[in-house]
Write a protein that binds this ligand. Structure first.
Ligand code: GUN
Length: 300
């Protein structure tokens, strides 16, 4: 049976980071500007600690300044908001990201809304979400942006393609649908209450799965030749007790049907951080009235 092209997100993201680093170096040489990314982590969630460390590491590798703010788990919402006000005022900081999830006591919406719109490199601020909805030039959430870049590369011309986004979160599903609409796809958003979900999926030339349910999408839900982007990162138990990361798509059955598919891990994940760096670069340029540079995965 035909086998899908496996989209190597690790390699794709590495090439994108090279292209970003070139533009960061140019910004330094031409304008004496170094993009600064502040990442705020509240508490000691092990997964979040790894994400934050990687974000700092990759920002520095791209030539940016990285400012890590690790706050204790008992930090109050008032203290966190005060820290954000400081970062909003700090001209060395061009991008601010508050790592989610936050401790239960803290209202994530209040925190996101406190971040200056022009420094909101996560693209989660309602103003940026609104700009995306109306087609303006705001900050776009990193995961859907990374998915779109891969689709532009692997799915051929997007115009007129039938795209199904599975999941309706503010972080992935909704912005993903808006981006695909902007590319002139015919977009459907499906979710846990959608009727005949498998049939909806089977109609899609492009399928983006962001449900948070391990192996939910089976091979026989996929249209032969479709491009499948798997945003899920789910840990499932294994006999050795260590667990294993899998996506929302049942990769083994899907790979025999799809035209191209992202693996988990090594698909969408690496693109998310690369797009965070891209947003930080673009934010820096906009804050200084400079044109946003052309950046994309460097030629192989
Ligand atoms: N936690 C998991 N993914 C993300 C992300 O993309 N941004 C933020 N702020 N927190 C996250």
């Amino acid at each position: 049976m035909a086998k899908a092209t496996i989209i190597d997100g690790k390699h794709f993201a590495a090439r994108l980071r090279v292209s970003i680093a070139v533009q960061v170096a140019r910004l330094k040489a031409d304008h004496d500007l170094t993009p600064g990314l502040a990442v705020v982590l509240v508490g000691e969630d092990p997964a979040s600690q790894i994400y934050v460390r990687n974000k700092g590491l990759q920002a520095r590798e791209a030539g940016m300044n990285s400012f890590e703010h690790r706050l204790p788990a008992d930090t109050s919402q008032t203290e966190l908001l005060a820290r954000i006000v400081e970062l909003n005022r700090d001209s060395a900081v061009n991008g601010i990201l508050v790592q989610l999830p936050l401790p239960k006591r803290i209202d994530p919406e209040a925190v996101i809304e406190a971040i200056a719109v022009e420094k909101d490199v996560d693209g989660f601020h309602p103003f940026n979400a609104g700009l995306l909805a109306v087609g303006g030039a705001g900050m776009v959430p990193c995961t859907p942006l990374g998915c779109l870049m891969m689709l532009k590369h692997y799915a051929g011309k997007l115009v007129g393609q039938r795209a199904l986004v599975l999941g309706r979160s503010n972080i992935v599903g909704k912005p993903m649908a808006a981006l695909l609409l902007r590319e002139h796809c015919t977009v459907t958003i499906a979710h846990s209450r959608t009727r005949d979900l498998a049939d909806e999926c089977r109609r899609a030339d492009i399928l983006v799965a962001a449900t948070g349910r391990a192996h939910m999408v089976k091979g026989d839900w996929i249209k032969p030749g479709a491009t499948v982007i798997d945003v899920g990162i789910n840990r499932i138990p294994t006999p050795d007790g260590k667990g294993r990361l899998v996506g929302d798509v049942d990769f083994d059955s899907a790979v025999a049907v799809a035209g191209a598919i992202t693996p988990v891990p090594g698909g969408v994940g690496p693109m998310t951080i690369a797009c965070l760096l891209l947003n930080t670069l673009n934010a820096t340029c906009r804050q200084h009235g400079l044109p946003v540079p052309e950046v994309g995965p460097a030629a192989e």
